[in-house]
Design a protein. Structure first.
Length: 102
């Protein structure tokens, strides 16, 4: 069964500084080379959604998506750790969803 793997990457570091475009482009190129393609989408919070002020922090994100036939959990674990270190993040969300082609 194939999987859709999504990586949710913030556009800014914890101090609010934007990550250099070159670093995000490198990530896109690396994923495209490893998986023969990658899709990148901008995900922004919906405006005017009521939430507790102390829990809400506007975070625009890029969502990197790749399809893979075999889900190599060890590779993805190592890659997530690499991203956390490279981007100075406490946690980078990497999630996989089983895909049934219709």
């Amino acid at each position: 069964m194939e999987h859709l793997v999504q990586i949710l990457m913030p556009l800014q570091d914890r101090e609010g500084q934007a990550f250099p475009q070159a670093v995000l482009d490198e990530m896109r190129r690396d994923l495209a080379a490893h998986f023969s393609g990658v899709a990148v989408h901008l995900r922004a919070p919906a405006p005017n959604v009521p939430t507790a002020p102390e829990a809400y922090r506007r975070t625009d994100m890029l969502v990197f998506e790749v399809m893979c036939e075999r889900l190599d959990r060890c590779w993805w674990h190592d890659y997530r750790r690499h991203l956390e270190s490279r981007f100075g993040q406490q946690e980078v969300v990497v999630r996989a969803v089983p895909v049934e082609k219709l």
